[in-house]
Design a protein around this ligand. Structure first.
Ligand code: SF4
Ligand code: SF4
Length: 216
């Protein structure tokens, strides 16, 4: 293994949503129509035109205080992607992996229209979606076009706080170890990197993963 990795340090995220918008801009994705439903998270979920979504979760603390958790959610670019294993059973190489580890939904996924929910459910995080605009399965593709041109993924480039970082395995794992060390000093032993042996998107969290997904 080697290739490229993301680090998503949730302790540095200020929920500006620059990453979400930069992803939309680079990929020329239309806005998703939304409405106020009691949360700043917007849209409610990832969809065929939203490859990155900043999740907002609010939890009460003692003495009328609250803590906010922000989580810039997207494809983890799994080392052994279950979405690809499932898709290969139906149509070989509709999903491919680049030599630097980006998991790519190719144009061939347009033939998976009837089966797309099977692929979505194969993903542990339910990331894939069907795009009615593109008539194919969609999700983050690690900005492979930018990476091949020597550029950072659009989301990483836009992040003002280094909550999102990207680079080769050794570089990112070294930075992740430093960030984890700093997070443990501030937040204790709950600070950890999720699924660190299985994915190329290393999420540093300081509380139960479920708490990043929904408010209490
Ligand atoms: S996170 Fe989901 S969509 Fe992304 S590579 Fe892994 S299984 Fe596939
Ligand atoms: S751009 Fe960075 S700070 Fe802003 S929401 Fe995304 S991860 Fe958080």
């Amino acid at each position: 293994m080697s290739g490229n990795f993301f680090l998503i340090d949730t302790t540095r995220c200020i929920a500006c949503r620059g990453c979400q918008i930069a992803c939309k801009q680079w990929n020329k994705l239309p806005a998703t129509k939304t409405e106020q439903y009691g949360s700043y998270q917007n849209p409610v979920e990832l969809d065929g035109n939203t490859y990155r979504l900043v999740r907002f979760a609010e939890h009460p603390l003692k003495e009328n205080d609250v803590v906010w958790y922000f989580f810039s959610d997207s494809c983890r670019h799994c080392l052994n992607p279950p979405c690809k294993s499932k898709a290969d059973q139906i149509l070989k190489d509709a999903i491919t992996v680049t030599d630097f580890g980006a998991v790519i939904f190719t144009d061939k996924t347009s033939a998976l229209r009837k089966n797309w929910k099977i692929i979505k459910h194969a993903c542990p995080w339910s990331i894939p979606n069907w795009s009615e605009d593109k008539k194919m399965l969609t999700k983050c593709h690690m900005c492979h076009d930018r990476v091949e041109a020597g550029l950072l993924p659009a989301c990483v480039k836009a992040c003002p706080t280094d909550a999102l970082m990207f680079g080769d395995e050794m570089n990112i794992k070294e930075i992740a170890a430093r960030h984890l060390n700093a997070a443990r000093k501030r937040f204790g032993d709950k600070a950890r990197i999720l699924d660190h042996n299985e994915v190329r998107a290393l999420y540093l969290v300081v509380d139960d993963y479920e708490k990043y997904l929904a408010s209490e």
